[in-house]
Design a protein around this ligand. Structure first.
Ligand code: NAD
Ligand code: UDP
Length: 330
């Protein structure tokens, strides 16, 4: 049945893929975004569709729309972007959650929260199941994001218990694919863009830290399955359990792109988690979901996207002012 769906952060990397998928399924989409890290270009191909509407709005302010479902994705996700204005980041997570939950309660919409593996912090349990409570610094440069997302989860469950709001919470592990920003600062886009430009790939630390990378199409399928599943709120991990060191990732990108780039080593940012891998047992059991696209294949699609983008200067996003990395207080 056709639904009217609000997607906050809909002009961003993940949001634009979600808008596209839900629109293709015959729904009406309201894409809300303040265009901090999102781009109109990400949704330009959807603008002519009568079922698609763009609303320039900041989710720290209340919003009133009649909708059946809400996906709350508004929040910068890459460390340089969320550290650019740390106070704004935490306001976006906390006030954004309050605003979408208030709306969901008023219009009786099912509401989805894009939470994150960052709520596990620098984990002492590996891989991370949903039952793990995490190991998070409250006062470090990553805290505005990690703690903001943790409070957002708390708010979701309190609105659910106290007001009966119909919630779905997903914990997203590192995801990559077309429409990441080339100056995003995240590792996959950094390495690919550096390799395509013939620059050296910058590994922070010694490259032994691990991450598990999920291709965007797999992730969006997980979102839709969770939103369709009755009597299950989550939180549920969605990610690809394939675990790689940053050195392995750099070597794979170099092997695929070719060229003259080498690897250079830079200081490790404060509080950088040493390891991360989702335990997706719950997603398999409750949603019948698991990722299908291996890293090698997903990297091919992503390299093709960036190579086209870099060859067409007119389509390139304006570089964002890069922040000074936050100073560690511990
Ligand atoms: P992104 O930066 O591309 O998208 C975030 C979007 O939110 C952007 O379009 C931005 O303009 C918008 N936004 C930011 N602050 C806003 C505000 N105050 N009001 C309205 N819009 C605002 O990042 P993404 O990778 O697409 O991430 C989307 C969501 O998924 C985020 O909530 C992020 O925390 C979560 N997430 C992503 C990953 C990942 O690997 N991509 C991992 C974990 C969690
Ligand atoms: N990283 C790196 N080189 C880069 C960008 C990131 O070695 O150019 C490292 C970063 O220190 C971290 C990992 O890659 O250990 C993943 O970083 P990203 O910012 O993509 O995600 P997050 O740390 O939030 O998982």
């Amino acid at each position: 049945m056709k639904k009217r769906i609000l997607i906050t952060g809909g002009a961003g990397f993940l949001g634009s893929h979600l808008c596209e998928r839900l629109l293709n399924e015959g729904n009406e989409i309201i894409c809300l975004d303040n265009l901090f890290t999102g781009r109109k270009e990400n949704i330009a191909h959807l603008m002519g569709n009568p079922n698609f509407e763009f609303m320039r709005h900041d989710i720290t302010e209340p919003v009133t729309v009649e909708v059946d479902q809400i996906y709350n994705l508004a929040c910068p996700a890459s460390p340089p972007h969320y550290q650019y204005n740390a106070i704004k980041t935490i306001k976006t997570s906390v006030m954004g959650a309050i605003n979408v939950l208030g709306l969901a309660r008023r219009v009786r919409a099912r509401v989805f929260q894009a939470s994150t593996s960052e709520i596990y912090g620098d984990p002492e349990v590996h891989p991370q199941p949903e039952s793990y409570w995490g190991h998070v610094n409250t006062i470090g440069p990553r805290s505005c994001y990690d703690e903001g997302k943790r409070v957002a989860e708390t708010l979701f469950f309190d609105y659910h218990r106290q007001n009966g709001v119909d919630i779905r919470v997903v914990r997203i592990f590192n995801t990559y694919g077309p429409r990441m920003l080339p100056d995003d600062g995240r590792v996959v886009s950094n390495f690919i863009v550096q390799a395509l430009r013939g620059q050296d790939l910058t590994i922070y630390g010694d490259g032994s830290q691990t991450r598990s990378f999920c291709y965007v199409d797999d992730l969006i399928s997980g979102f839709l399955k969770l939103m369709e599943t009755e009597n299950f709120t989550g939180p549920v991990n969605i990610g690809n359990p394939g675990e790689f060191t940053m050195l392995e990732l750099a070597e794979l990108v170099l092997q695929k792109v070719g060229g003259k780039s080498k690897i250079t080593f830079r200081p490790l940012p404060a509080d950088d988690p040493k390891q991360r891998q989702p335990d997706i047992t719950l997603a398999r059991q409750k949603l019948g979901w698991e990722p299908k696209i291996p890293l090698s294949e997903g990297l091919d699609h992503t390299i093709a996207y960036f190579s086209q983008l870099l060859n067409n200067p007119a389509s390139q996003p304006r570089p964002m002012k890069m922040p000074v990395r936050g100073m560690a207080l511990n």
